[in-house]
Ligand binder design. Structure first.
Ligand code: 9MG
Length: 294
């Protein structure tokens, strides 16, 4: 057989994630379930929830591994959502989906939403703020939930206003994640509960920084013997629009390509809108990896 097989990155350790232990023999697909009026109908809370439940069912039929529920848009410039409103959008969905035997992630940076989500049955907290809000670490510390610690420069309202500046984006992102992991483990949180994310699109120059992070994805993750699992979220983002010239809804092929490139560079979890094509593409990628290892 050929001797030119690619050096696939080391498989990360399993991730403790509430009721589940996630293992990474293959990259997992996290489906995005945004419960925000701009992502679904504007027919009020009830219609919003019905739409979201149908979307969750669709993703499960398509082979999703984790569902990420979010009640506040993280688009650059999106207005913050009041706490009560976010709870009203997110918590009933967690309660309705928790018996589906699929890991449930909640995308929030608010400690109060984290606490309610965990009490309602969430397995993972996905925090774009990297657990920097006062009270965020305490909100997750004493549970068994998994954590996704994301890098962001600035805040969602302002992060893309100026030109984001780095000397070396890859090592600065890794250094930030290393410091956040130190803060979490010093508070008593087990390393086995932590995954990391370079935060594509969050305070990054659209092409220069995002593609440097994708090209060097494996190097963005701190190591503890083995790398921490990397979550990568590029689905439909402007970094894909910048090179294809396509509007967000037409970025499916570009999103799938980005997911495969991230898998190749060690991503453990891909956060995506378009579950079915991503699942198929990753099956082809995994079959190729397995052939290269034989
Ligand atoms: C909520 N959200 C939007 N984009 C994201 C990304 O790239 N990573 C993570 N972890 N969450 C995200």
């Amino acid at each position: 057989m050929s001797i030119t097989a690619l050096p696939f990155p080391l498989e990360p350790e399993p991730l403790q994630c509430g009721r589940f232990t996630l293992t990474f023999e293959r990259p997992l697909v996290m489906g995005i379930l945004n419960v925000t009026p701009d992502s679904f109908s504007d027919g009020g809370q009830f219609a919003l929830r019905g739409d979201a439940l149908r979307q969750a069912e669709r993703m499960m039929l398509d082979g999703v591994d984790i569902i990420d529920i979010g009640g506040e848009s993280t688009r650059p410039g999106a207005p913050p959502v009041p706490l009560d409103e976010e709870l009203e959008r997110v918590i009933p969905l967690v309660e309705q989906l928790r018996d589906a035997q699929i890991p449930l992630s909640v995308d929030t940076y608010k400690p109060e939403v984290m606490r309610h989500a965990l009490a309602a049955g969430a397995d993972l907290i996905n925090d774009i703020w990297g657990f920097r809000m006062p009270g965020a670490i305490e909100a997750v510390r004493d549970s068994a939930c998994g954590l996704c610690v994301m890098h962001m420069l600035g805040e969602p309202q302002t992060m893309q206003l100026g030109e984001p500046a780095y000397q070396d984006v890859v090592s600065e992102v890794r250094e930030f994640l290393t410091q956040r992991i130190a803060a979490l483990t010093q508070a008593g949180i087990a390393k086995a509960r932590i995954s990391v994310d370079p935060g594509f699109g969050f305070g990054k120059a659209v092409v220069e920084h995002n593609y440097a992070l994708l090209a060097h994805l494996a190097e963005t993750a701190p190591h503890a013997g083995r790398p921490f699992p990397i979550l990568a979220g590029m689905s439909r983002k402007s970094m894909l629009g910048a090179v294809t010239g396509r509007a967000a809804p037409e970025r499916v092929a570009a999103s799938v390509a980005a997911a495969v490139l991230a898998a190749e560079r060690g991503a453990a979890i891909l956060r995506v809108h378009d579950v079915a094509p991503t699942v198929d593409a990753l099956k082809v990628w995994a079959a190729t990896r397995d052939a290269a290892r034989r």
